[in-house]
Design a protein around this ligand. Structure first.
Ligand code: SF4
Length: 235
């Protein structure tokens, strides 16, 4: 996945359908909301999607999606590589002998770690611990008090959110959903145990920090209210 997604014909059709069905919200001028996608429940639970310990049909953003950083994000990772390698070495066997290859084409490389009993490849920055996968770039940002996104690419910060540049003045905030997964180049929404998790908050609530980073606190709050009102109408 790379984000924001350029507008194309399929996203335009999707947007028109949202509007025709009363499912298009607005968080601020030019900030459009895909209400059914944002009203799904969501909570990150990597224990349920980690290769080797997940259900046969479960998938993970860190193990199964192609994540493509922008040239600027790639430069930030490359510039911090010695520090990243030192941080990852005690956390992930793939880094024990120094920095491995981290790109496959333009995307972050996914690789197996060779540990007995572990199956499946995962992002080269996804360390496996007792609770499941965790992002080494995310953990290093926290450990060094770097702002979120200094190292962690935007598509990874967004999941399951999807940003679509509709035109010069409008951006649609959507999420991986049965109606959008194909448009976003993702696995189906039902493959991710975190999407639709019973009793979890909505995507708009769970991703409030990310939406605040993108659009500001006022728009993030307005998005939560619009989603809650839509859910109340839909029930
Ligand atoms: S960079 Fe981090 S969040 Fe992104 S896919 Fe890799 S482990 Fe997951």
């Amino acid at each position: 996945m790379s984000s924001p997604h350029d507008s194309d014909a399929d996203w335009t059709v999707h947007l028109l359908q949202l509007a025709a069905r009363g499912n298009l919200g607005q968080a601020a001028r030019g900030r459009l909301l895909d209400l059914p996608a944002l009203a799904q429940t969501f909570t990150c639970a990597t224990g349920a999607c980690t290769p080797g310990r997940r259900a046969a049909d479960a998938r993970s953003c860190c193990a199964d999606l192609e994540m493509t950083p922008t040239p600027e994000e790639r430069a930030a990772i490359d510039g911090a590589l010695p520090e990243i390698a030192a941080f990852m070495a005690p956390r992930d066997p793939r880094w024990a002998a120094g920095a491995p290859a981290i790109y496959e084409g333009d995307a972050l490389r996914r690789a197996k770690d060779g540990t007995k009993g572990r199956t499946g490849a995962r992002c080269i920055f996804a360390a496996e611990g007792p609770d499941g996968l965790s992002c080494g770039l995310h953990s290093l940002e926290d450990a060094t008090k770097r702002p979120r996104g200094t190292l962690k690419p935007l598509p990874c910060r967004l999941f399951p959110l999807v940003l679509v540049e509709v035109d010069d003045g409008n951006t649609l905030l959507s999420a991986i959903h049965r109606n959008t997964a194909r448009l976003a180049g993702s696995r189906p929404a039902r493959a991710f145990p975190c999407i639709g998790a019973a009793g979890a908050p909505t995507v708009a609530e769970s991703c409030a920090d990310t939406i605040t980073d993108l659009w500001g606190a006022k728009a993030a709050k307005k998005a939560q209210v619009a989603v809650a009102e839509w859910r109340a109408r839909a029930e």
